[in-house]
Design a protein around this ligand. Structure first.
Ligand code: HEC
Ligand code: HEC
Length: 323
């Protein structure tokens, strides 16, 4: 255990160098706001993003506040509190919602999108839309989005696209990649490194390294449970400290390790068959049916995806938005 923590610490130090070499991507700093109602609200929103597990999750002292059902924080995926380029940033998304979303086949508001992550990525229940917590997360996102034009997708949104492999992603090879690269932090069993209770209390977070599967991780309806989404995230951002400008994991390894991670057990989201009601807009790598077209569920989960894309293009007026 100690060896694992030490080697992870050494790796983190190595990667700090990589982070520092990056050109600055400037995002307004909530600490510059005065100690007034707006400043306090923005900073509470930032805390909610960074410390979800203790403020609106399973470690919240008041059981009524336990909206999230997982040990993750928003920041487990929206790295750096949502201000890191190509690490699923929240900075800049203020001006792109309300927007059409294929999962609902409808126009979705920003609070609806946040509650999508509450339900699936945090395996919980939605935050009340008129409550203090939702208001604060919205205020934080609005503040860190200042400078991004309304209606225009920001440079650095989401994760960078990866060319799709010609072969299927291979979970067996992926297990070897996991053991070699990811297990140093996420643990040989993928359950992460949970902080001792007093450290968790001080940090406001349950994990030093979050679990990639199991009861405390994201559920099977989450975007991260799709191989292409996870491969892109891991390629551009993992091991922690990596940035899109200098990926550590190869493209092939990223797809294979993603296939391995999404093959592991995790909580189930009910009603997934209702997602993407316009099936022609369903992502090619969705892990659950129903699908249109002649391809097996296994091919949807692991690829090869190019034939599916080609079929969608030839047979459906609007091809699936999958990458
Ligand atoms: C397990 C990883 C994970 C966690 C935890 C998570 N999200 Fe997300 N989130 C994603 C992914 C992946 C996407 C990208 C879209 C997709 O494929 O669904 C996303 C998209 C979003 C978006 C839209 C971004 C855009 O560019 O359109 C917002 C806003 C958002 N999340 C907010 C939150 C908030 C707030 C929390 C905590 C309450 C949270 N998320 C927790 C993975 C996560
Ligand atoms: C140096 C330590 C380290 C290594 C090695 C590492 N990660 Fe991570 N990973 C983290 C940390 C820390 C976070 C959460 C970031 C935060 O909370 O600030 C994270 C978050 C994640 C997440 C989103 C949150 C979750 O729990 O699902 C995924 C997915 C992920 N890592 C996949 C991988 C994969 C795949 C590899 C191997 C290719 C890998 N990581 C290697 C430290 C690491």
């Amino acid at each position: 255990m100690l060896k694992r923590v030490l080697s992870a610490a050494v790796m983190s130090l190595l990667f700090v160098g990589v982070v520092c070499a990056q050109p600055a991507w400037t995002v307004p700093d909530p600490n510059t706001l005065p100690d007034d109602a707006f400043g306090r609200t923005v900073r509470y929103g930032r805390d909610l993003v960074m410390k979800s597990s203790s403020l609106i999750g399973p470690d919240a002292p008041d059981p009524a506040m336990r909206y999230s059902g997982s040990g993750l924080d928003c920041q487990s995926c929206h790295l750096g509190g949502g201000i890191q380029r190509f690490a699923l940033p929240l900075a800049g998304v203020w001006g792109v919602f309300p927007a059409y979303r294929a999962r609902e086949n409808d126009v979705q508001t920003l609070d609806g999108r946040i509650n999508g992550c509450m339900r699936r990525s945090l395996n919980g229940k939605p935050l009340p839309v008129d409550g203090k917590e939702m208001k604060s997360i919205l205020a934080y996102i609005r503040f860190i989005s200042a400078g991004e034009p309304v209606g225009q997708s920001l440079d650095g949104r989401g994760t960078p696209p990866l060319p799709l492999p010609d072969r299927a992603a291979d979970p067996v090879r992926g297990k070897a990649v996991f053991t070699q690269i990811c297990s140093a932090c996420h643990g040989a069993d993928g359950q992460g490194l949970r902080l001792a209770p007093e450290d968790a209390k001080a940090a406001g977070r349950r994990y030093q390294y979050p679990p990639l599967w199991g009861p405390d991780s994201f559920n099977d309806g989450a975007g991260m449970n799709r191989a292409i989404t996870l491969a892109r995230f891991a390629h551009a951002n993992m091991p922690l400290g990596t940035t899109f400008a200098a990926p550590v994991v190869s493209e092939a390894d990223a797809f294979d390790v993603a296939a391995f991670v999404i093959s592991q057990p995790r909580p189930h989201q009910a009603g997934l068959d209702a997602d993407f009601p316009d099936r022609s807009r369903k992502p090619v790598d969705a892990g659950f049916g129903p699908f249109i077209g002649p391809f097996s569920a296994t091919q949807h989960r692991f690829g090869p995806w190019k034939p599916i894309k080609a079929w969608m293009k030839a047979n459906a007026s609007a091809a699936g938005k999958s990458d």
